[in-house]
Design a protein around this ligand. Sequence first.
Ligand code: NAD
Ligand code: TYD
Length: 375
Amino acid sequence: MKRNIIITGGAGFIGSHVVRLFVNKYPDYHIFNVDKLTYAGNLANLKDIEDKPNYTFVKADICDFDTIFDLMQRQHIDGIIHLAAESHVDRSIKDPFTFAQTNVMGTLSLLQAAKLVWDGNYEGKRFYHISTDEVYGALEITDPEGIVPPFSTKASSGKHHLAYGKTFFTEDLKYQPHSPYSAAKASSDHFVRAFHDTYGLPTIVTNCSNNYGPYQFPEKLIPLFINNIRHRKPLPVYGKGENVRDWLYVVDHARAIDTIFHNGKIAETYNIGGFNEWKNIDIIKVVIATVDRLLGRPEGADLDLITYVTDRAGHDMRYAIDSTKLQRELGWEPSLQFEEGIELTVKWYLDNQEWMDNVTSGDYQKYYEQMYANR
Ligand code: NAD
Ligand code: TYD
């Protein structure tokens, strides 16, 4: 079946994996990657597919309603997979306006364009909005040593398989965002639902846990630390390093997006995650051990790079996704064990130093130095 699909934010971390998957798996679909190319967008992430006949890059801001409307009309777009966003919590603390602009107004601009172009003819149409588990707020750590969790997936089937509390994020939980990033994402989720409830727009929302893998901009924990360890630079651990995150390999997120885009029910929300909780300090130790082993350095050689710094303002304590609904209803599950995923990830960054050098040169380097100057 032929389809014309816009993927927004396709030059970013998760978006590039989604674009790659769709372009390769569905030769009958035409994929329009709409991306503004902010500091986080990088066409080098898509070098391997840029010449495919079913792929077109469109440099545009999602807030530019006229351009989006025109593209949708001209190209007979019947599906939107919306990932473009400002995505880094630390930046949102410094500059909340940009987050409201892109994440809220940009989403609204896409929704309005879809509503006007599709004009009530919703047969076969789909507006799929990618969101985050951070909209649910933070869970408490009630079991600091960790307990055997009630669920298990391939992602969490390694040696470390712990939960740090008995409650999890389920789809029916009230939204309680804390950071400007998650507040802006929550607001965009509300707009998406409102467009379904008010105009009948065929929407789907998914909320995913922390992703890791190749092509992630190195301001996020895992790629930042891999690069710092390689260059023997300090590893800034916020607070005591006790915060808990639930990690999913990015390709498994892209696979979930594929499943949900095709088989998910309109107006539903699905949580995506692998029941794979880690304290920051534990994951940092795994990353150090993996980098050291792959670089042939002695075991534990770089543990002394760990540097405890002032905590992030409003730092959410624990995220833990319950993805039972997605697994039961649509049969998705992670394909990789966490230990395999982290090995692939570290290896990818070490093998792609040129990519890393390109994205960390210039403006980003200045931003990073400023960011940590007063911590
Ligand atoms: P990212 O920051 O790596 O990429 C964002 C992309 O959006 C970049 O290519 C950027 O150029 C583009 N973009 C930003 N503003 C734009 C605008 N105004 N117009 C057009 N393009 C614009 O982000 P990511 O980590 O790949 O996250 C993608 C989506 O997934 C986001 O919506 C994020 O909230 C969500 N999400 C991320 C995670 C995670 O762990 N990274 C987890 C759950 C959900
Ligand atoms: P991050 O990758 O920014 O993702 P998020 O804030 O969306 O979860 O951070 C993951 C965790 O790592 C989070 O608890 C904050 C912590 N962290 C550090 O301790 N030091 C750092 O330099 C960074 C970037 C994050």
